[in-house]
Ligand binder design. Structure first.
Ligand code: 26V
Length: 817
C-alpha cells in the first residue's frame, strides 16, 4: 500500500468509527445526514490536531493579538472548506467513494451558517480565513444566533420569510465551552463612592444580568498553516427556572426570565422598525462587546499581568459601528474595574481600537435614543457624556468655536430627539478609521466624516476589500483551478496573488482560451441543472448568463437591470429577425423583511420572468430567472457559471462590493458603474476588459442637486418610456394592473438612485456586451485577463495591509511546501 492509499484507508476507518460510536449507526442503515456527521467529525479530528499545535505556537510566539469584533459572520458551509484547506479533499472523496457514498451529495446536507446579512458578514468570514492563512494571532468574536438570516420562499412571486434552523441537527464544527462564561449587565443605576485618596469612583449596579457562554469554532488556514478561533457567545439566563413560581403553578412565568435573557442570541438582526426590536438590537451589541472585552482582558492579564501595555499586545477591530459601544465598555472596565485613571484609560482605549466603516448611506448610520441608552446602559451614557465634554472642551481650547462644527462632531445628535451617534463615537475612540475601497474612503473624508477628519487628519485610511481565493476560486471552481495548475504549476495554489498574473500570455493562446471556455460551459451546465431541479425551467447554456445576485436594495439598482430586461424583450418582439444574442437574466437576493419597495422589486422580477418565459416570440433569445433563497452556497454555484457580472449601483453608494471581485476572479466580465471597488478593478483589469457606464459619483451628486424629476430624461428615450409604460400599465401584472403604478411614478418623479438618468448609458453598454460575445476570441481573451489580473483582490493582501498599517503586527513569513 502506498502512502496515499494508507491515508485513504485511515480516513475511511475514522469515518466508520465516527459513524458507529458518535452517530450510533452502521453503514447499512445510515442516512445521508449520518454520513455527513461522521465525515465532519472525522475531518474535525484533523482540525483539532492542528488547532492545538497552532495555539501552543501562538502562546510561544507571544505575538500581539488581533480581535475582530463583528455582529455578523456569514460563513456558509465548512466541510469542503476545512477538507480543502487541510489538503484532505481528495482523500475524503476517495474514502467516501470506497464506502459507496458520494461526497458531492453529502456535502449538500450541511446547512449554511448564515450569521450575517450580506457583504459585511461575508467579509468577516473571508478575513478570518486569511488571518489563519497568514498565521496572525487573531480571534473572531460574534454571537451564536440560534436562527441566522431568514430563509426566503417565493410564494406567488412574493418574498416570504421563514425561520432558518441551522442548529436543528447539531453543529459538528463548534465546541461548547461552558467554563468560559461572563456576566453581562443591563439597566439599574450608578452610585458614587469617595475613595481613600479623596477621588470619586462610580459603580454600576445592573438590574439584570445575563450569562454569555462561549462556543468555539476552529478556523483553518490554507494547508493548515494555522488554526484560529472564532468565539461566538450564546446568552443564557442566570437562573433557567424559577422553581418557586413553577411550583406555585405559574409555568410560563417561571421561565419568563430565561426567555428574556436567551432572546439576545435568538436571531440575527431583528427588524429594527419597532421599539422592542431596537432595544433587542442594542442589547445584542452590548452583549457581544461586554463578553468579548472581558474575555480578552482576562487573557491579556493572564499573559502579561498589566493593562498599561494593552495597545502593544491587543488590537481591537470594530466591524462597522455595530460593536462601537466597545469604546465605552473598555473605558468602563479600565476606569471602574481596574482603577486606571481616566486620561490614561482613554489613551489605552484609542490606541487599542480601530473602526471600519462599511456604508455612507445616511439611513444606515447607527444612532441610539439617549433615553434608551440611559435605561439600558446608564453608566455607559455617563461615560459618553464625559468623553463628549472632553472632546468639545479640547476643541474650544484649540479656539474652535464654530457652532455648526461643534454640533456636527458632537457624540449627541440634538436635532432628532437626542440620539447617540455611534459613527462619531467610533471615530473618536479609534486611532484608525478605514474605508473599504479607495472611492469610499475619499467620500468618507468628504462627506460623513468631513469635520472629524479635519480635526484628526491622520486617522482615516483605506483598506480596499478582498476575498479569500481558497473558497472563491479553488473550492467553487475546481475545473478552472485544475486548468490554472496545469498552466502555472502548483505555485498558483500557494500564492495566487502573485502567480495569477503569469497567466496573461495565455490569453493570446486559442487552445488555452478554448479550455477556459470549456470550464465555464461545465459550470453553466451545473447551474442549469440546479435551476431545472428547482423551477423546471430549461436554460440554454449557449446564451450569455447575465447575473445580478446580492441583497435587494434600491441603490443596487436591480430595477435598472429589470428595465433593461423589459426593453430588450420589447426590442426582440418588435424585431424578432435581427440576430439577437441569446441571454439568460439571473437574479437572486433577499430583501429586508420590512423593506416594502425591495419586496415589490422581487415581485416585479418574478412577474417579468413569468411573462417573458411564457412568450413564444422570444423563446431561445431571452429567459429570466429569480432563484429563491440566495445564500453563500448558492453563490458558490452561480458565480463560476456567470458570463456577465452586474455591478450597477448608483455611483457613490456601494462602499466596495465583494461579489464583483469573486465574479471577475472566475472570469465573468463586469458591467458596472464607477463605484466602490469597481473603480480599482477597472484600473487593474484594464478598462477594455470590463463594461463601465453611467454617471460618476461626482456627476450623481451634481444631478441630484438639479432635482429628482426625470420627465425630460424619459421623454428623450423611447425605449425607456416604453419599458416604464408597459410595467405601469400592468403588462406584467394582469392580475393586478395597478401593482406597479407607484413604483414607476417614483422613478419618474423622485428618482433618488438615478435609474432613469443612467438607463441609456446602460443600454448602450449592454449592446457592447453583445458585440463582444459575438467575437468569442475577444470575449474569452478578456475573461482570461480578468482572472489573471485579479490577484490583488485577495483578502490576504487586505489583511496584510491591516496588519502593517492598523494593527502593527508582523505577518510571519510563509513557509511554502
Ligand atoms: C444597511 C442598511 C440598513 C438600513 C437601510 C439601508 C441600509 C443600507 C446598507 C446597509 C449595509 C450596512 C453595512 C454593509 O453591509 N456594508 C457593505 O459592506 C461590504 C463589505 O465592506 C461592502 O462590500 C458593501 O459595499 C457594503 O454595502
Amino acid at each position: 500500500m502506498n502512502e496515499s492509499e494508507s491515508t485513504v484507508e485511515a480516513f475511511k476507518a475514522s469515518i466508520l468509527a465516527k459513524l458507529r460510536y458518535a452517530v450510533g449507526k452502521d453503514p447499512e442503515n445510515a442516512f445521508d445526514h449520518d454520513w455527513f456527521e461522521a465525515l465532519a467529525l472525522a475531518t474535525r479530528d484533523h482540525v483539532v490536531d492542528r488547532w492545538e499545535e497552532a495555539s501552543a505556537q501562538l502562546a510561544r510566539q507571544d505575538d500581539k493579538r488581533v480581535y475582530y469584533l463583528s455582529l455578523e459572520f456569514l460563513i456558509g458551509r465548512l466541510l469542503v472548506d476545512n477538507l480543502s484547506n487541510l489538503g484532505l479533499l481528495d482523500v475524503a472523496r476517495q474514502a467516501m467513494a470506497e464506502l459507496n457514498v458520494e461526497l458531492e451529495r453529502i456535502r449538500q446536507i450541511e446547512p449554511d451558517a448564515a450569521l450575517g446579512n450580506g457583504g459585511l458578514g461575508r467579509l468577516a468570514a473571508c478575513f478570518m480565513e486569511s488571518m489563519a492563512t497568514l498565521r496572525l494571532a487573531a480571534h473572531g468574536y460574534g454571537i451564536r444566533y440560534e436562527h441566522g438570516l431568514f430563509r426566503q420562499a417565493i410564494i406567488d412571486g412574493w418574498q416570504a420569510e421563514q425561520t432558518e434552523t441551522w442548529l436543528d441537527f447539531g453543529n459538528p464544527w463548534e465546541f461548547e465551552r461552558p467554563e468560559v462564561a461572563y456576566r453581562v449587565g443591563f439597566g439599574g443605576g450608578v452610585t458614587s463612592h469617595v475613595q481613600e485618596d479623596g477621588g470619586i469612583s462610580q459603580s454600576w449596579q445592573p438590574q439584570e444580568t445575563v450569562r454569555a457562554i462561549a462556543y468555539d469554532t476552529p478556523v483553518v488556514g490554507w494547508r493548515g498553516a494555522s488554526v484560529n478561533t472564532l468565539r461566538l457567545w450564546r446568552a443564557r439566563a442566570e437562573e433557567n427556572l424559577q422553581l418557586d413560581r413553577f411550583n406555585a403553578g405559574d409555568h410560563f412565568g417561571a421561565v419568563a426570565g430565561e426567555v428574556r435573557a436567551e432572546s439576545i442570541s435568538r436571531v440575527l438582526y431583528p427588524a429594527d422598525d419597532t421599539e422592542a426590536g431596537q432595544e433587542l438590537r442594542l442589547r445584542q451589541e452590548y452583549f457581544l462587546v461586554s463578553a468579548s472585552l472581558q474575555d480578552l482582558l482576562e487573557r491579556h492579564l493572564r499573559l502579561h499581568g498589566d493593562l498599561q501595555n494593552l495597545p502593544q499586545q491587543v488590537a481591537i477591530q470594530l466591524n462597522d459601528t455595530h460593536p462601537a459601544i466597545a469604546v465605552v465598555e473598555l473605558m468602563r472596565l479600565l476606569v471602574d474595574q481596574h482603577q486606571i485613571q481616566w486620561a490614561r484609560a482613554w489613551e489605552l482605549t484609542v490606541a487599542s481600537t480601530a473602526y471600519t466603516n462599511h456604508t455612507l448611506l445616511p439611513e444606515a448610520l447607527e444612532s441610539w435614543p439617549v433615553a434608551l441608552m440611559e435605561r439600558l446602559l446608564p453608566r455607559h451614557l455617563q461615560i459618553i457624556y464625559l468623553i463628549n465634554a472632553e472632546h468639545i472642551d479640547a476643541l474650544r481650547a484649540k479656539d474652535i468655536h464654530d457652532f455648526r462644527l461643534l454640533r456636527a462632531v458632537s457624540l449627541i445628535d440634538e436635532d432628532n430627539g437626542r440620539r447617540v451617534r455611534m459613527g462619531n463615537l467610533a471615530f473618536l475612540g479609534a486611532h484608525s478609521i478605514n474605508g473599504v475601497s479607495a472611492l469610499h474612503t475619499r467620500l468618507m473624508r468628504d462627506t460623513v466624516f468631513r469635520d472629524l477628519h479635519r480635526l484628526y487628519p491622520q486617522r482615516v485610511n483605506n483598506k480596499t476589500n478582498g476575498v479569500t481565493f481558497r473558497r472563491w476560486l479553488f473550492q467553487v471552481n475546481p475545473l478552472l483551478t485544475h486548468l490554472l495548475v496545469d498552466a502555472l504549476g502548483p505555485e498558483v495554489l500557494e500564492s495566487p496573488q502573485t502567480t495569477l498574473e503569469k497567466l496573461q500570455p495565455q490569453a493570446e493562446q486559442v487552445a488555452f482560451r478554448d479550455e477556459y471556455a470549456l470550464c465555464r460551459r461545465r459550470n453553466k451546465e451545473a447551474l442549469a441543472q440546479l435551476v431545472q431541479r428547482q423551477s423546471g425551467l430549461l436554460l440554454d447554456t449557449e446564451a450569455i448568463f447575465d447575473v445580478q445576485i446580492k441583497r435587494i436594495h434600491e441603490y443596487k439598482r436591480q430595477l435598472l437591470n429589470l428595465l433593461h430586461t423589459v426593453a430588450l424583450y420589447q426590442a426582440i418582439r418588435n424585431d424578432p429577425t435581427t440576430d439577437w444574442v441569446p441571454r439568460v437574466k439571473i437574479f437572486a437576493g433577499k430583501a429586508a423583511a420590512s423593506y416594502r419597495q425591495a419586496k415589490l422589486i422581487i415581485k416585479l422580477a418574478n412577474d417579468i420572468s413569468r411573462t417573458i418565459n411564457g412568450d413564444p416570440t422570444v423563446r431561445g433569445l431571452l429567459k429570466v430567472v429569480f432563484i429563491p433563497n440566495y445564500n453563500v452556497s448558492l453563490a458558490e454555484t452561480i458565480i463560476p457559471a456567470a458570463d456577465l457580472s452586474e455591478q450597477i449601483s448608483t455611483a457613490g453608494l456601494e462602499a466596495s462590493g465583494t461579489s464583483n471581485m469573486k465574479f471577475a476572479l472566475n472570469g465573468a466580465l463586469t458591467i458596472g458603474t464607477l463605484d466602490g471597488a469597481n473603480v480599482e478593478m477597472c484600473e487593474r483589469v484594464g478598462e477594455e476588459n470590463l463594461f463601465i457606464f453611467g454617471m460618476t459619483a461626482q456627476q450623481v451628486a451634481a444631478r441630484q442637486r438639479l432635482g429628482l424629476e426625470m420627465g425630460d430624461v424619459v421623454a428623450d428615450s423611447e425605449r425607456l418610456e416604453a419599458a416604464l409604460g408597459a410595467i405601469r400599465a400592468g403588462v406584467f401584472s394582469p392580475d393586478d394592473p395597478a401593482r406597479y403604478v407607484g413604483l414607476v411614478d417614483a422613478l419618474l418623479y423622485d428618482d433618488r438612485f438615478m435609474v432613469c438618468a443612467d438607463f441609456e448609458a446602460y443600454w448602450a453598454a449592454q449592446r457592447q456586451v453583445d458585440k463582444r460575445w459575438q467575437t468569442p476570441n475577444d470575449w474569452w481573451r478578456s475573461a482570461v485577463l480578468n482572472t489573471a489580473r485579479m490577484g490583488w483582490f485577495s483578502s490576504d493582501r487586505t489583511i496584510s495591509e491591516y496588519a502593517r498599517d492598523i494593527w502593527q503586527v508582523p505577518v510571519p513569513a510563509r513557509d511554502k511546501g
